[in-house]
Write a protein that binds this ligand. Structure first.
Ligand SMILES: [Zn+2]
Length: 328
């Protein structure tokens, strides 16, 4: 069987086990952190910003919580601009035993630094390929997949260039792609179109956040292309309430799509995007609820079992699909 890269080296794909396809062990604005290392510090529970050093302890705690609920592996799509730090991730994995598949790529909705503005898609692809073939950030840890994003601004010129770079890196290395999408802005079809134009096999494409809509026509249009979909923001009520996500999942299971979808939360053990007081307000306002790495194994799956999800469907979504996408 094929092998999959993790932060602690390659593993046999059959050893992935129950896998959450989209969880972040730490999210932070890397440029701000680099320039003002103590900015955004506060000692509170996740998903709050934390004091330097404490983010590691929180990530370890969340990783252990996932393990206790039967999760064996996560894919961590923390790319550039989300504060990727593969040594941090390796430390969490080493301390807990949670297997973590790291990524390369760029998480942006349009902005690019001058370095990337002034380079073409092939030159950007070379950066990704280095992460996949040589290693990330001077380590021998290799990326297992490639991340990119399109959101409210749509597929702008910069976003198209990043997508083409991601596609070319995928074609040259065989690495699969995870693309953050925004159904409300209808980004998915155009993102997929670019990947296919560049010759990416549909089975390598995962459209993250497709589950932010209840529009089954939109979702089936994505599925018809052969791409995978992520119902992957359980707990982020501001985009779609939990119950509506569950209804969508049930409808897709009824239509026979267990072998095409992933369930996850897009949780961030810690995130420094907002002052802690703002995050508290968001939680109080109900915009994020139980938004943690625990929500899928702890709440989503038990409810789905009760409403008729079979053991086979669960195994397909939580184990087999990760193997299929990561080794496509
Ligand atoms: Zn994410």
């Amino acid at each position: 069987m094929a092998r999959v890269e993790t932060v602690n080296g390659p593993i046999e794909a059959e050893d992935l086990g129950p896998t959450l396809i989209h969880e972040h062990l730490r999210t932070r604005d890397e440029a701000v952190h680099e320039q003002w290392p103590s900015a955004g510090s506060a000692k509170e529970d996740p998903p709050h910003a934390v004091a330097p050093g404490d983010d590691f302890d929180v990530a370890v705690r969340e990783a252990n919580a996932a393990l206790a609920l039967g999760v064996k592996t996560i894919c961590d799509p923390t790319a550039m601009f989300l504060g990727r730090d593969v040594r941090f991730t390796q430390g969490v994995s080493e301390q807990t035993g949670l297997q973590v598949v790291p990524c390369t790529g760029i998480y942006t909705y349009d902005h690019l630094p001058q370095f990337l503005l002034n380079r073409d898609a092939d030159q950007i692809a070379d950066l990704f390929i280095g992460d996949i073939e040589q290693g990330i950030q001077g380590t021998e840890i290799k990326a297992g997949f490639i991340k990119c994003a399109a959101d409210e601004p749509g597929v702008t010129e910069n976003i198209e260039k990043v997508h083409r770079a991601v596609a070319r890196a995928s074609v040259r290395t065989g690495a699969p792609i995870m693309a953050h999408s925004r159904p409300a802005s209808n980004t998915g079809p155009r993102q997929i179109e670019i990947f296919l134009e560049e010759g990416v096999e549909p089975a390598k494409i995962q459209m993250a956040h497709t589950g932010d809509t209840t529009d089954l026509d939109y979702i089936e249009r994505i599925l018809e292309t052969g791409a995978w979909i992520g119902i992957d923001r359980y707990g982020l009520e501001l985009y779609l309430p939990f119950e509506e996500r569950q209804e969508t999942t049930r409808a897709l299971l009824d239509r026979g799509y267990a072998d095409r979808m992933f369930l996850s939360a897009d949780s961030c053990a810690t995130i420094d995007y907002f002052p802690p007081s703002t995050i508290e307000q968001l939680v109080q306002a109900g915009l994020a609820k139980n938004w943690t790495i625990r929500i899928v194994p702890d709440r989503v799956l038990p409810e789905l079992r009760e409403s008729g999800m079979t053991e086979e469907q669960e195994r397909t979504m939580m184990v087999d699909n990760a193997v299929a996408w990561l080794t496509a």
